[in-house]
Ligand binder design. Structure first.
Ligand code: MLT
Length: 277
């Protein structure tokens, strides 16, 4: 937040010079999954959370989709909003796959990365076969059938047993995905490139967040990313599965707030240095 301008001579508050955090949802969710963080980050950062094509309230654009397309959609949204300064890109699961693609295409637009519940590796052969089976199931039995298969695996066993309101919220969010969005995203995930070589190239501050009980992407994947990205920090959230931002809201939001604070403090340090030189 800007509080004083030497150039202009009047003090002022401008919340729009806050760092932007671009929150990219996972599969098959929507921006609704970021509602707690939109609230928790208000006053700290500007949060932009798109519904990826075919998801949430965005148009059910016909496939095929690719990670490149999803990353371009995100860049297009930032352009549309006139956001030219580098942003923090926060991607959860499939959103992380998009974040890697965004970083490869637009490293200069990225101030920091938050990689939540995600992995760098591409799909294994078995994983690819699973995508084909899910595409077939979505086409023949509908998106609700795929959502029903995923639902119990998305949470820690404790969340699943005890937080029926959250489980229902996530189920409804998944069922709001269009058939085009679901099959397009499954195809894009199946075809996504290996992001492992990207890890060594990342030279922005990076925070990795992972639920200790993630049944979809094991914690070992997060540890592997941490080992390969220079100076990356890993926060493991206890009692959380694949959706730590919803299962342990405070722990997740606090981690993001601390990360954003560390980036803005760095900015102030640089400003200070500039004045001294
Ligand atoms: C997601 O949550 O985005 C997906 O489960 C990720 C995946 O299937 O690879």
């Amino acid at each position: 937040m800007s509080e004083f301008s030497d150039d202009f001579g009047l003090a002022y508050i401008d919340s729009c010079d806050q760092l932007t955090v671009l929150c990219i949802h996972g599969f098959p969710f929507s921006s609704a999954m970021w509602e707690p963080q939109v609230e928790d980050l208000s006053g700290v950062a500007r949060v932009i959370a798109p519904d990826l094509r075919g998801h949430g309230r965005s148009e059910a654009a016909p496939g095929p989709y690719s990670m490149g397309m999803l990353a371009e959609d995100c860049a297009g949204l930032l352009d549309y909003l006139g956001i030219e300064n580098p942003v923090v890109v926060c991607g959860l699961s499939m959103g992380g796959y998009v974040a890697f693609e965004f970083y490869r295409r637009y490293p200069e637009r990225v101030a920091g990365l938050i990689l939540a519940s995600t992995r760098a590796k591409p799909d294994s052969d078995e994983g690819k076969a699973g995508r084909d089976a899910a595409i077939e199931k979505a086409k023949t039995q509908g998106v609700t059938a795929v959502a029903a298969d995923m639902l119990p695996k998305l949470f820690s066993p404790q969340t699943y047993d005890e937080d029926s309101e959250l489980v229902e919220f996530v189920e409804e969010m998944m069922e709001g995905t269009s058939l085009e969005g679901m099959t397009g995203a499954l195809q894009a995930m199946k075809d996504r490139p290996d992001s492992t070589p990207t890890l060594a190239e990342i030279d922005v501050p990076t925070l990795i967040i992972h639920g200790a009980d993630d049944q979809i992407i094991p914690l070992t994947e997060a540890r592997a990313m941490q080992a390969a990205i220079k100076d990356a920090e890993l926060i493991v959230i206890p009692d959380a599965g694949h959706l730590p931002n919803l299962e342990q809201i405070d722990a997740f939001s606090d981690a993001v707030i601390d990360f954003v604070d560390s980036l803005t403090e760095d900015d102030h340090d640089h400003d200070h240095d500039d004045h001294e030189h």
